[in-house]
Design a protein around this ligand. Structure first.
Ligand SMILES: [Zn+2]
Length: 294
């Protein structure tokens, strides 16, 4: 199972970014394939596609949506929300895992449809407001409709609505404002700690070190990743989620759920193993790049 997840994660990572050319959605059918919406735990629901994760937090004062996904995704997300008996128009706040087109290109359309407030981590604000042009790596190649940010978030900020609190943990490297969200949900009388990983991947082409004539992708990127892995390792996690279903083995866990398994999303050991595995992958890539400069 672990090997499968690692393989899947590696395939997704490579697939997203062969060279600097962004992958089209048609190269990733799982990004646009509808997936049954479902309740994860408490007031937290999955409303994304087969791999691009969107989450709905339902409160008495309206809902929070995490990830607008591709420019074409809002219609799929709306159908998922409605299949659960909720309304897209009740979305009050839009949040983000990180400012790459597969998670944020649908934001302009979603904000226009809902009037929601867009709350984005400081380092990702220039990227979403420029429609991808300010991204340190894909800025020259991948553009989408810009969206205005209503509230700039900083590490540790809390987003609160209708009695639910989400904490924004800045986990930069993959993007400069990559955000890992945590919240607590009540399920079966127990409080569960939820972690929604923003990203932990070093995409092909990212430069982690300064070499002669080849500067790092942005100053401090390697230190950012190091800090991100310290942060992720420090977060209490019962329910393990992320920006892509592949991060947390969603398809396999969902299949077990269909077979009658309980608490499939509760996976603290899987979370710790995945953080350790991704950290090791980062360190291998860092050492490879450092060695290439010698
Ligand atoms: Zn990404």
């Amino acid at each position: 199972m672990k090997v499968l997840r690692v393989l899947t994660a590696a395939l997704v990572m490579v697939g997203i970014t062969l060279g600097a050319r962004p992958a089209a959605a048609d190269e990733h059918p799982e990004w646009t394939t509808p997936f049954p919406a479902f309740r994860i735990a408490g007031n937290l629901y999955y409303v994304g596609s087969k791999d691009l994760a969107s989450y709905l937090v339902v409160t008495p004062q309206g809902n929070i949506l995490i990830n607008s996904s591709l420019e074409s995704s809002p219609a799929l997300i709306q159908r998922s929300i409605e299949s659960l008996g909720f309304k897209l128009s009740d979305t009050r706040i839009l949040l983000l895992s990180h400012a790459h087109w597969d998670h944020d290109a649908g934001s302009a359309k979603l904000l226009q449809a809902t009037g929601a407030k867009y709350m984005v981590m400081d380092g990702d604000v220039p990227v979403v407001e420029s429609g991808g042009k300010a991204d340190f790596y894909y800025g020259a190649t991948t553009h989408y409709p810009p969206a205005r940010v209503d509230r700039v978030l900083h590490d540790g900020d809390v987003v609160e609505l209708g009695g639910t609190r989400l904490v924004a943990h800045k986990t930069p490297g993959h993007t400069r404002g990559c955000t890992t969200w945590t919240m607590q949900v009540r399920e079966g009388g127990a409080m569960r700690n939820v972690v929604i990983v923003g990203s932990w991947n070093v995409n092909p082409g990212f430069r982690l070190v300064d070499l002669p004539g080849r500067p790092a992708s942005y100053p401090g990127i390697a230190a950012d990743y190091q800090r991100t892995f310290r942060t992720l390792a420090s977060l209490p996690c019962d329910i393990f989620l992320g920006a892509h279903g592949a991060y947390f083995n969603m398809l396999q866990k969902y299949a077990r759920l269909q077979q009658g398994a309980k608490d499939v999303w509760v996976d603290p050991a899987g979370y710790r193993a995945a953080v350790a595995e991704r950290q090791a992958a980062f360190l291998r890539e860092l050492h490879r790049q450092q060695a290439s400069g010698r």
